[in-house]
Design a protein around this ligand. Structure first.
Ligand code: ADP
Ligand code: MG
Length: 697
């Protein structure tokens, strides 16, 4: 018989080509995929509650028989159907209702026994469950799969029942669990007290009791964390082997730059700069992640790092996600470098973006190749294959989450082995950062420059948005400036711009008549964008209507008010980023969210924004709302999604897995020892990137 990872799920009785295709869409192709498809949660059937004991407000499980079932139209909402079923268990009767699931009408036959799970509510004076999960019980059903235990509930393709899926899982486990090779080396297993794989798989799907489920959960999470850490640790080890540049970190250029700034670095900025200097001085290439809340002053620290590289005769490249940001950084850095010029140490800075004219681009590229440009700031245009550096010594990547993992890796390849500094404004707790960005060292700026007061955030439903507009007008009357942001509608970039345009027209004719309005969006040429930003920065524009092009980095200290339309359409981190565009000066600022929140998630996001001002808190809330799987999804680190492990609640286990990964890589860098071969096989199978990593590093 073939190995589970090579056997198609079609080996399982009851899965034909059509089902197989459905499962394929859920990432389940092989038996191993199926066994690693974990329950979303369990239904506790060890606690079946008698109907007369049901408590209002809690979620409970009931076992009862159908008395009657009917479908009707909703009285209140047209076209809305309701299936009403009454069940009894000998101690009382319970109403169950399902909305818009008409097909259920014929599903429940009087006399049929079923298990129901749902929240108990009081409605029209009687107890009822709304949209309960349910399962019909058949006589003679396999005891092990069902009765009196913790029953796994899965996310399953439509048209399948939980019970059917459970049956497949049971079959697969019976036939294959014992055949799953134990990939975890024996010493790691004993050191960490881990259950073996076969038993873990059985117990995660069909736990005998909660203790056993916990053990299985621990083992499988550990395995996931280990597989997740190994490539990171390995990558870090590979990088450290490579010879890098030992930069000259002490020198007059850096001193001149720092003393020429119009402010003093905060203690936290100084500390981080120290860490960066240490890395840059060292012989191996820096790989550092710099985290800091929006407005904490990451840019100036990164600029100082560029000055260090330039001081020793190297070039620096600073990559940002948008043209506006590139231009803004350029303007700021030019001003900050004025002190260098005055002291007779001119530094040449250039911008390179996709909308720079071909001729200009050529000139800049040539100068970079000749080595006469010291610092180039640009968008992904910097990744252009034809661009070559003479002596690239440092790469800075701002707002790293805006770039794909592949893109992030490209720029450093333009030098023999430059130092790399990556910045992000979506801060996560330090221990998490160390483990999740395990191939990098991490620094945190944990304070804001002095004099900033937190932005006041308020929520308005759409019916009351005029109140928000009134507040904006007051701000303008006091000589301040306002942003109004219109959301990206994922499906249609063009629509998004239309929305902002329409809003701009309406405002100009109506609500904000007589004020000086501007409109900015990504379809405008770079020149036009620049002009408008200039107008806003210099105070010629009172109110700037914008798409999310503003999201990252924009820095206009006189803007004190941001209105976000359709706030429900934004992610939490994105809202926080947007809010970071105000509160950048010393004046009290406000962020006004306009939305009719429609889902519990969007409500939670708005609430988090109103209650929390620090990016660390926002990140925590975001993690809670989205769950770690999505938060740390493929986009973030490019390796894997976590399916079962939860870095937040299992931080300790994650750390242990990391320690084991480090131990393993130290002892056997190529994973070539016999006891590591299965682990390596799994790594290559799960993360094709891994193979490349082993070869390239
Ligand atoms: P972010 O971390 O969001 O990238 P920036 O680097 O854009 O933040 O800095 C926000 C603003 O604060 C900028 O206008 C910057 O010049 C200013 N700033 C940075 N550091 C300090 C400081 N130590 N004191 C006062 N202002 C500072
Ligand atoms: Mg920034």
């Amino acid at each position: 018989m073939e190995k589970p990872q090579d056997s198609s799920i079609r080996y399982i009785k009851g899965i034909g080509p059509k089902r197989a295709e459905q499962f394929g869409a859920y990432g389940i192709r092989t038996i191993e995929d199926l066994l690693y498809y974990f329950p979303r949660r369990y239904q506790d059937r060890t606690h079946i509650v008698a109907i007369f004991r049901l408590e209002e407000g809690s979620s409970q499980t009931v076992k009862a028989r159908v008395v009657s079932s009917r479908a009707r139209q909703s009285f209140r909402r047209r076209g809305f159907s309701i299936v009403e079923t009454i069940v009894q268990d000998g101690t009382g009767s319970l109403h169950c209702v399902w909305f818009n699931q008409r097909y259920l009408k014929d599903y429940f036959k009087p006399g049929q026994e079923l298990i129901l799970f749902g929240k108990v509510e009081r409605y029209a004076g009687r107890l009822q469950m709304g949209n309960p999960e349910f399962e019909l019980l058949e006589s003679g059903e396999d005891e092990v799969v069902s009765a009196g235990r913790f029953i796994p509930m899965y996310t399953i393709p439509p048209g399948m029942t939980q019970r059917y899926f459970r049956g497949l899982m049971k079959q697969a486990l019976d036939a294959y669990a014992g055949r799953m090779a134990e990939i975890m080396p024996y010493d790691i297993r004993t050191r960490n007290n881990l259950l073996n794989l076969a038993r873990s798989l059985v117990s995660i799907h069909f736990p005998e009791d909660l203790d056993r489920q916990q053990e299985a959960y621990r083992r499988l999470s550990f395995e996931e964390f280990l597989l997740f850490q190994l490539p990171l640790v390995l990558r870090k080890a590979r990088k450290q082997e490579k010879p890098g540049i030992a930069h000259r970190v002490e020198g007059s250029l850096l001193e001149t730059f720092l003393s020429g700034l119009s402010f003093h670095l905060t203690a936290s900025q100084r500390q981080v700069l120290q860490e960066i200097k240490q890395d840059m001085a060292a012989q191996h290439p820096m790989q550092r992640l710099l985290q800091g809340d929006v407005g904490s002053g990451k840019t100036v620290v990164a600029t100082a790092a560029c000055v260090v590289a330039i001081q020793g005769g190297y070039q620096a490249a600073f990559m940002v996600p948008t043209e506006i940001l590139a231009r803004q950084h350029y303007d700021k850095i030019i001003r900050q470098f004025a002190s260098l010029r005055q002291r007779g140490k001119p530094v040449r800075v250039e911008v390179l973006t996709s909308s720079v004219s071909a001729k200009e681009k050529q000139a800049v590229s040539d100068a970079i190749e000749a080595g006469t440009v010291h610092l180039v700031i640009g968008t992904h245009a910097l990744l252009d294959e034809t661009l070559r550096f003479k002596r690239l010594g440092l790469v800075v990547i701002d707002e790293q989450h805006k770039f794909g993992v592949g893109q992030r890796a490209l720029l450093p390849q333009k030098g023999p082995s430059p130092d790399v500094l990556i910045m992000t404004a979506t801060p996560i707790p330090r221990t998490l950062a160390i483990t999740l960005y395990g191939d990098m060292d991490s620094s945190v700026i944990n304070e804001l420059p002095p004099g900033r007061s937190p932005v006041t955030t308020m929520h308005f439903s759409r019916d009351f948005k005029f109140q928000a507009y009134e507040m904006a007008k007051q701000q303008i009357a006091q000589g301040n400036q306002v942003y109004i942001v219109y959301p990206v509608i994922e499906e249609s970039y063009a629509l998004d711009i239309d929305g902002a345009k329409k809003m701009y027209e309406e405002f100009r004719e109506g609500e904000f008549r007589g004020f000086r309005l501007g409109l900015i969006h990504g379809k405008l040429s770079q020149k036009e964008q620049e002009q408008i930003m200039k107008g806003f920065t210099s105070g010629e524009i009172d109110l700037l209507v914008s798409t999310t092009i503003l999201e990252v980095g924009i820095d206009v200290p006189d803007a004190t008010c941001m209105i976000i339309e359709h706030a429900e359409r934004f992610g939490l981190s994105q809202l926080h980023q947007l809010r970071g565009r105000v509160g950048r000066g010393t004046r009290q600022s406000m962020c006004l969210l306009i939305s009719d929140t429609t889902t519990p998630e969007s409500q939670a996001r708005v609430k988090a924004m109103v209650e929390h001002s620090s990016g660390f808190e926002i990140a925590q809330e975001d993690l809670k709302i989205r769950g770690p799987g999505e938060f740390f999804g493929r986009r973030q680190h490019g390796l894997t999604e976590l399916r079962i492990g939860n870095p937040l609640t299992q931080m300790h286990l994650l750390k242990r897995a990391r320690e084991e990964a480090i131990r393993l890589v130290n002892a056997d860098p190529g994973l070539q020892q016999r006891q590591h071969l299965l682990l390596k096989e799994r790594l290559v199978q799960r993360f094709p990137e891994y193979e490349r990593l082993m070869l390239v590093g």
